[in-house]
Design a binder for this molecule. Sequence first.
Ligand SMILES: Nc1ncnc2c1ncn2[C@@H]1O[C@H](COP(=O)(O)OP(=O)(O)O)[C@@H](O)[C@H]1O
Ligand SMILES: [Mg+2]
Length: 337
Amino acid sequence: MSKPALDLRDVEVVYERRGRERVRAVAGASLAVERGQIVGLVGESGCGKSSLARAAVGLVRPTAGTVVFEGREVTPLTRRARARELARLQMVFQNPYSSLNPRRKIGSQLADALDALDLAPRRGRRARVAELLELVGLLPSAAARYPHQFSGGQRQRIAVARALAADPSVLVLDEPLASLDASAQAQVANLLVDLSRRLSLSLLLISHDLAIVRHVADVVSVMYLGVMVETGPTQPLWSLPLHPYTEALIGAVPHPDGRGFLPEALPGEVPDPARPPAACRFHPRCPYAFDRCKQEDPLLRRVAPGRTAACWLQTGSGPPARPAEQAQRLPLLHTEE
Ligand SMILES: Nc1ncnc2c1ncn2[C@@H]1O[C@H](COP(=O)(O)OP(=O)(O)O)[C@@H](O)[C@H]1O
Ligand SMILES: [Mg+2]
C-alpha cells in the first residue's frame, strides 16, 4: 500500500494555562489520511480536534509525535515559508467571514493566493480565478463582488476556492459546516465530496456532528479528551459502534433513518484535559463502566478488520494499534506562534 498523504503519529499538544497548569489537549493521537480519501474526525467541543488540526498543518508544534506530509515532517514555519513549503497542505476554518478580507473583491483575493505562489502568469490569472469559482459552483461574475454580498454557504465555497488556488493535495477543514444552516451544510458537504473525487483531493473533515460526517467521510476517527477511542469505515461504525462514546454521539443526534433503539445523549461534559480521569478517561460518563475501566487504561486495539477501539468491553485479540499510543511522556512546553 502506498504511503498516506498525511500521517499523524502519536501526536501530543500541550498548552500552558495561566503560566502554571499544563493542558494536554492532544494526548497521543494517530490518524492517517490516504490519497483521495475523506477522513472524518469527530468528538465533542473541547476534546482536542482543533489542536490536532493545527498540528497537522504546522500551525502548532506537537510536543511529542510527528506529522508527515508527502514524505516530509511538518514543523511550524514562518508565514512566508509556510505559504511556499506547505502550499499543498491547506486549511479551511469554520468562519468564512473572518477568513476572507471584507474590503477586497473575491477575484482579487483569489488572485493574491495565486500570486503568492507564482501559480498563474499574469495573463492566465483571470481565467484561473474563473476556473476556481466554477470548481466550487459559483459564476465567474462572483469575482467582481465583495464577501458581504454572499450567503454563508457561498462564502465557505469561496474560502474553499482560495484554498484550492494553491493546488493542494490535502485539505484540513475545521468545522467548515458548523456556521451554516442545514441546507447550506448539505450543499457544501456535497461539494466537498465532489471536489475530493474530481481532484483526487484528500480531506480531513473535522466536526462535532457525526450525523454530518457520516454522509461525507470514507472513514471516521472518534476523539475523546485528547485520544482516539474508535476508528473505522463510516458505515459499519455508524451501524454498529464499538465504543460507548461513539454510540452516545450517534444517539445524541436525531436518527435520520428512524430505525432502532438509540441511547440517551451523554450526561455531563468533556472533563478538563488538565485533569483527565484516571484509567479509561471516558469511564465517569460511560453507562457500561465496570471495575477494570477505573483501574486500567484501555489501549486502542484492532477489534475487527479495519476497526479499532479503546474499550475494555471489546475483547479484541489483536495487538495495540499503535504500541506507543498512550505511553506517558514528559510533556515539553509548547507556546503558540
Ligand atoms: N491556546 C490554548 N491555551 C490553553 N488551552 C487551550 C488552548 N487552545 C485550546 N486549549 C484547550 O485545549 C482543549 C482542546 O481544545 P480544542 O483543540 O480547541 O478542542 P475542540 O476543537 O475539539 O473543541 C480545551 O480544553 C481547550 O480549552
Ligand atoms: Mg475546535
